[in-house]
Design a protein around this ligand. Structure first.
Ligand SMILES: CC(C)(COP(=O)(O)OP(=O)(O)OC[C@H]1O[C@@H](n2cnc3c(N)ncnc32)[C@H](O)[C@@H]1OP(=O)(O)O)[C@@H](O)C(=O)NCCC(=O)NCCS
Length: 174
């Protein structure tokens, strides 16, 4: 496999549309607690507003020839962004600094999994996230039923803290 890892700008996120929508469908297929919450989650409702509202974004796509086969999206946002009408993702008072880092979305196409691509994208995201002095708390949110992803993040050093929305989402922190 001759894969190319490419960092893209916020203006180029359209490139991630199909994979982001695949990720939402994948997560819905795994969920057993309120899977219908995914009905309105797609590239336009999740990734576009998130990229717009974050302070900084980091998006990496992976290409096999012309085909995009994976992406990861991480961001830095004010901690208050995680207490909204949808949910309170964590205790805001437990975060000392102004902003938090989040590995928000990662998706490797099925036939490309277990070859180390997820690890490489994870490492690139962490290297990017840890460089900012105004951030010392890092979060990942995993929807219920996606045990594989949960194990992957635990293996990478994140810890399960609590669940929100009656178990719909598990919050991991580092
Ligand atoms: C989760 C995901 C990103 C992992 O990517 P990947 O490319 O398949 O994973 P890798 O090949 O890099 O595996 C990395 C390491 O984690 C380990 N690992 C992977 N899945 C694991 C699991 N379920 N339990 C324990 N370890 C696991 C592997 O053994 C490997 O370890 P090694 O490097 O020491 O050999 C990928 O499976 C995926 O895209 N899943 C579908 C989308 C998804 O669930 N996204 C997360 C949404 S929150």
């Amino acid at each position: 496999m001759d894969l190319i890892y490419e960092i893209i700008s916020d203006e180029e996120i359209e490139t991630c549309r199909d994979l982001c929508n695949e990720l939402m469908t994948f997560q819905k297929s795994k969920a057993h607690i309120t899977p219908e919450l995914f009905n309105h989650m797609n590239f336009d409702t999740r990734m576009v507003p998130s990229v717009k509202n974050a302070i900084r974004n980091y998006i990496v796509i992976v290409k096999d020839g012309e085909k995009i086969i994976a992406y990861v999206y991480s961001n830095i946002s004010p901690k208050e962004a995680y207490s909204n009408n949808f949910a309170t993702f964590f205790d805001i008072a437990s975060v000392r600094k102004k902003n938090v880092g989040c590995l928000s979305q990662i998706y490797i196409k099925d036939e490309y999994r277990q070859f180390g691509i997820g690890s490489k994208l994870f490492d690139m995201s962490m290297d990017w996230l840890v460089q900012f002095d105004d951030v010392e708390d890092y979060f990942i949110y995993v929807s219920n039923g996606n045990d594989n992803a949960l194990e992957f993040y635990k293996y990478k050093g994140f810890t399960v803290r609590h669940t929100i929305l009656d178990g719909f989402i598990t919050v991991l922190r580092k």
